[in-house]
Design a binder for this molecule. Structure first.
Ligand code: DGY
Length: 374
């Protein structure tokens, strides 16, 4: 594995396991007096590769969701004098947070800059699956398009249809708002608690539309996941991955869905039992799926790529320049703040980090409370 020094000398030494987009993140680390070592490899680094670079002196690491950060790496980081690990992602299911806390290492993540970008990708997958974009593009590229036909690639209209959202957090809510506003889809959401701002958004939208004599979309919280699955024309999963959400969508639940429904997942692959999904897609050719994430990334379940009713993209939910640069900025700000003993932001305002002088705060430390009380 090869590494480059991007910023030479400094009180602190920071290891970054992939080169990151933009330049602001590096500037933040330079200003915090950090020497920065970056891997030049595009391969997933092994724990051994990372430990080697951590060596005997390392104050912080910016790592990737493709790496498993557990006791092995946190104890190596601790021994090298490390105090902070910043995950270059909002999700942190690749991180054993209790292990980090046990080593008194702060764990950062990057919320707030992925919300709309990831929701937009989920919306794209929704349209692509409902309107059979992948299938029809492959058909055209294969030279099979011989002219317009009344029944060529008939899909489903989204306007006024029922949208099921499982997990109405930041991204799930943005996704619901986008499709509610653009296509007047009536939202049924499953979430542990009522999302009042989301419901109020739909009420406001409906009041506005009523002035034009148009009936606006509704937004209703339902009691069970089954309620969503049975009623919705489109279902999207927007939940973090943990034990309770692994295989949340299994064969039994897939069978509750309408035979011509659309299922979208841009959260984490293991939320859907991929083997069961393949079986369901094969048995129900009118059922369609849009996937950005996979159960055993980068591997896909056998036969998934052969199925015309699956639209598949390689985990690009957050892949816009603005978002990926923003994620790098927040990751660097987490490192700089912990190393300088700056406090953690009580409420995250991403513009405080992305514009002008970067706030002297850690944007998001997921185990901040445990570290204080530990
Ligand atoms: C995240 O940040 O968790 C995303 O999956 C990266 O795209």
């Amino acid at each position: 594995m090869t590494w480059r020094t991007l910023s030479e000398g400094g009180t602190f030494r920071v290891v970054v396991t992939k080169n990151l987009p933009g330049s602001r993140w590096l500037e933040i680390l330079r200003q915090a007096d950090c020497e920065v070592r970056v891997s030049t490899s595009r391969d997933v680094l092994s724990a051994a590769d990372i430990k080697k670079e951590i060596g005997t002196r390392c104050d912080g690491v910016i790592g990737q969701l493709t790496e498993r950060w557990d006791t092995e790496l946190f104890s190596a980081l601790k021994k090298a004098g490390g105090r902070v690990y910043a995950n270059y992602a909002v999700g942190f299911d690749n991180v054993d947070v209790p292990a980090a806390t046990a080593h008194q290492i702060a764990v950062g993540n990057t919320p707030g800059v992925l919300t709309e970008t990831t929701a937009e990708l989920a919306v794209s997958l929704t349209f692509a699956a409902a309107r059979r974009i992948g299938e029809s593009e492959r058909y055209l590229r294969a030279g099979k398009f011989d002219g317009w036909l009344p029944d060529l690639f008939l899909g489903h209209r989204l306007h006024g249809a029922t949208l099921g959202v499982i997990g109405a957090g930041r991204i799930g809510s943005a996704y619901a708002r986008m499709l509610g506003s653009a296509c007047h889809m009536n939202v049924l959401y499953y979430e542990l608690f009522r999302n009042e701002p989301l419901e109020q958004y739909f009420e406001g939208l409906s009041r506005l539309l009523a002035k034009e004599g148009v009936r606006g979309p509704t937004c209703t919280r339902v009691e069970t996941i089954e309620d969503v699955l049975r009623q919705a024309n489109v279902v999207a999963t927007h939940v973090p991955l943990f034990d309770a959400t692994r295989h949340l969508i299994n064969l039994e639940r897939l069978r509750l869905m309408k035979p011509d429904a659309v299922l979208v997942n841009s959260s984490r692959g293991p939320v859907i039992d991929e083997k069961a999904l393949v079986e369901h897609l094969k048995a129900n050719p009118e059922f369609r799926v849009g996937l950005d994430v996979f159960e055993n990334e980068p591997k896909l379940a056998p036969e998934l790529t052969d199925l015309p009713n699956a639209v598949l993209v390689p985990h690009i939910g957050s892949a816009t320049v603005w978002t990926r640069e923003g994620m790098a900025t927040l990751a660097a700000a987490n490192i700089a703040a912990v190393l300088r003993d700056d406090p953690v932001a009580e409420e995250l305002h991403v513009e405080d980090f992305l514009e002008g002088d970067c706030a002297r705060l850690a944007p998001s430390i997921v185990n901040a409370k445990e570290l204080v009380h530990g």
